[in-house]
Design a protein around this ligand. Sequence first.
Ligand SMILES: Nc1ncnc2c1ncn2[C@@H]1O[C@H](COP(=O)(O)OP(=O)(O)OP(=O)(O)O)[C@@H](O)[C@H]1O
Length: 580
Amino acid sequence: MRFPVKKFFSYYKPYLTIFLTVLTCAIIVSALTLVFPLLVRYITKDVLEGDLSTALSEVYWIGGLMLVIAVIQNTGNYFVDYKGHEIGARMESDMRRELFTHMQKLSFSFYDKEKTGQLMSRITNDLLLLSELYHHGPEDYIKYLVRFLGAFVILFFINAPLTITVFCFLPFLGVFSLYFNKKLNKALRRNKERIGDVNAQVEDSLSGIRVVKSFANEHVEIGRFNRENNRFLDSRKKTYKAEAYFFNGVQTFIQLITITVIIFGSASIVNNTLELADLITFLLYISYMIEPIQRVTHMSTQFQEGITGFQRFMEIMNLEPAIKDKPNAKTLQEVQGEIEFKKVSFRYEDDLDNVLVNLSLRVQQGEYVALVGPSGAGKTTLCSLIPRFYDVTTGEVLLDGINVRDIDLQALRKTIGIVQQDVYLFTGTVMENIRYGNPAASDEEIIAAATYANAHNFIMSLPKGYHSEIGQRGVKLSGGQKQRLSIARVFLKNPPVLILDEATSALDNESESIVKESLELLAKGRTTIVIAHRLSTIRNAGRIIVLTEDGIVEQGTHDALLSRDGAYAHLYSKQFEYQT
Ligand SMILES: Nc1ncnc2c1ncn2[C@@H]1O[C@H](COP(=O)(O)OP(=O)(O)OP(=O)(O)O)[C@@H](O)[C@H]1O
């Protein structure tokens, strides 16, 4: 991937004025630091070797000037530190917002492949390092460049041959740096991937902590964690090795330069081509030249970390959502809720087998249809094609006769309510969780929705009623209570089409009958597709569709299908045997 230079710099745009002010301040501060050794040289060479009767008063004046310069320097540095960091933090926050917004747009197919922990790492760690580069980078480069060039020019005027000798070392230092920069870049990239893996492992393990404990498998999780943690450690060890080579190599160059100056400088004094005051000035300025070289290690690490962070940021930003609106996507007015699958074939990925092949099915407006069949036959997959969680591979899915691909995604998804077995509730209060179904709803509408969902009474018995916190993912609620909140959420959304994906299969008999009651109420007047494992729950469905690996093999009412003595009768008798 070519490095997107324009995009990289575009994040400075909103802060350009303040950023340029910070840079100007950094230049002024650096230029002023160059004045100090010149003043020392003036004192040692001109003042102290001239008329001693006036020397002291002149030294006082110069001392005063040095104080003024120090005040300007420190004020400037304060501004550069404070505002510079603030700009970096603001840019980081802008990018984090952009990345999160983009991630929200990416489709299911993306999340099927990615690990949540890795993605979290990109949003937090990577951008943190990038912000360091954004504000420190230009400021450091300018600061050290001014010092370096300033010192070079001044030294050149003091003693050109000695200055050129010092500069002969620089091409070697350049080649050395380039070589190790490449190595460091690779190592830092690997570090980021490894810490992403650690994050992913922690996220996975802690999200499933109940399963871990129920199987008493803490040691398994610790083992997995240690494996990732050790891989991260190994990767960091390699990085530090490369850094140590680099840093010590640079140190060797610095020592060589200092020794060279001392030897050549002393020889020049002996030969009367250099004065002692100039050698002192030379040695003072050498530190200005050496400091940038010393900082090269730090700056190149900062540069590499920032750049790899930016590349990882762009990897996600460059991903187009697999499913998005067409340019003139239709918004829907009055949705009737008729759904039709026309010769639909679907596979999750190009190199996987088809899950659905040439399947056709029409569900009338307001019809209550049950989808049954063996596990893995594609029931959930079929339903996920209606809200375009995935797009069909071939064929069409139509809502009220319009291809779902031609409908505005938001409008399409607003017409479909989904209740699943695995309820996802967000950390927050009962009220906030139900309001998720319609953020504009009033408290009264929320209470009405909860009442329809048979949830009002249990909510009122909670310590703070609707304002009770439900814990992460609703841990403080029972399975049936969580399910009723999720149903209230859909009541509030009030969609014309409903998909119930094994919504009651995880509940005990008592909870099931309460939830079933509220689901029946919810389904009234809506086109409803129910995916059911327990066939006893869908006996009253207007139509039962039997989906197997061979597609739709049977459809009809419960009684009609039983009397056919086909696939459905077979499934039913198997379940009946199992239950008795
Ligand atoms: N995200 C995915 N990526 C790849 N394959 C998938 C994905 N989701 C499901 N599958 C595969 O698609 C097939 C159909 O799965 P699906 O969940 O639709 O079946 P189902 O009939 O709903 O099963 P169950 O009754 O067990 O829930 C299965 O073979 C499954 O492994």
